[in-house]
Design a protein around this ligand. Structure first.
Ligand code: NI
Length: 233
């Protein structure tokens, strides 16, 4: 793929300009600028959001992660678009924690994960995504299974880290993942292996859609949490 050679610093400047334009637009619509997308108005009952894994996966207005289905079929010739989505996740997360106090970033609402723990969880899972790329390329019949109880994230206590360190770590591990997939050939993107939890074959490119959707799942939660910690001192 012809993505290598992208000037990351100039790309980041463009992305920041894009985000700034969005902030201006939200101000024009009189949406509270500290509440991206105005989602502070959405109230998820946290007793309902509690899940067996500690409530980190949203319910209410959000579909629980384990109820998601991935039928496959993502076009291989749209890999660059998927790559762009995966590339943008660290910047999107950074925009959502900007301006918040340390106490807001580690605040747990209704026993669910704080903003920092959601970010730490994204960092923790990057090893799994890398391992699965290796599984596809090695021709393994089944992908490396996820730790469905998220023990790593529960044990890591990401609330004790600084937000700056967590952001840097996510940028670093995602960069490693991107460098691993950027040069894959279309034929490699079509390699298939069985997803252990979903119980059906998955192509490598569809596994990247799985990663992008998992990013969005937790980024949506970060948007919601940002609105809640700002509006509920
Ligand atoms: Ni998750």
């Amino acid at each position: 793929m012809a993505l290598r050679g992208t000037n990351d610093s100039s790309l980041d400047i463009l992305i920041q300009a894009y985000l700034s334009a969005g902030l201006v637009a939200s101000r024009a619509l009189q949406i509270a600028p500290r509440s991206p997308l105005g989602l502070a108005r959405i109230r998820v009952p946290f007793s309902h959001a509690e899940a067996s894994d500690g409530g980190q996966h949203m319910s209410g207005s959000f579909k629980p992660w384990f109820e998601r289905e991935f039928p496959g079929g993502y076009p291989v010739d749209l890999f660059a678009n998927l790559y762009a989505r995966l590339h943008g996740s660290p910047v999107r997360v950074r925009s959502l924690v900007e301006g918040l106090e340390p106490g807001q970033l580690v605040r747990s609402l209704g026993g669910s994960w704080s903003m920092q723990r959601n970010l730490g969880h994204l960092i923790d899972l990057e090893q799994l995504w890398l391992a699965r790329v290796d599984d596809f390329l090695a021709g393994r019949a089944e992908l490396t299974p996820a730790d469905v109880e998220n023990r790593t994230t529960h044990d890591a206590d990401h609330d004790r880290s600084s937000i700056g360190d967590l952001l840097d770590q996510f940028t670093q591990v995602r960069g490693l993942f991107l460098s691993r997939i950027v040069d894959l050939e279309p034929q490699q993107l079509g390699l298939t292996s069985r997803h252990p939890r979903l119980g059906h074959p998955m192509r490598m490119i569809d596994s990247f859609l799985f990663v992008a959707e998992h990013d969005d799942h937790h980024i949506a939660r970060l948007i919601e949490l940002r609105g809640l910690v700002v509006s509920q001192p």
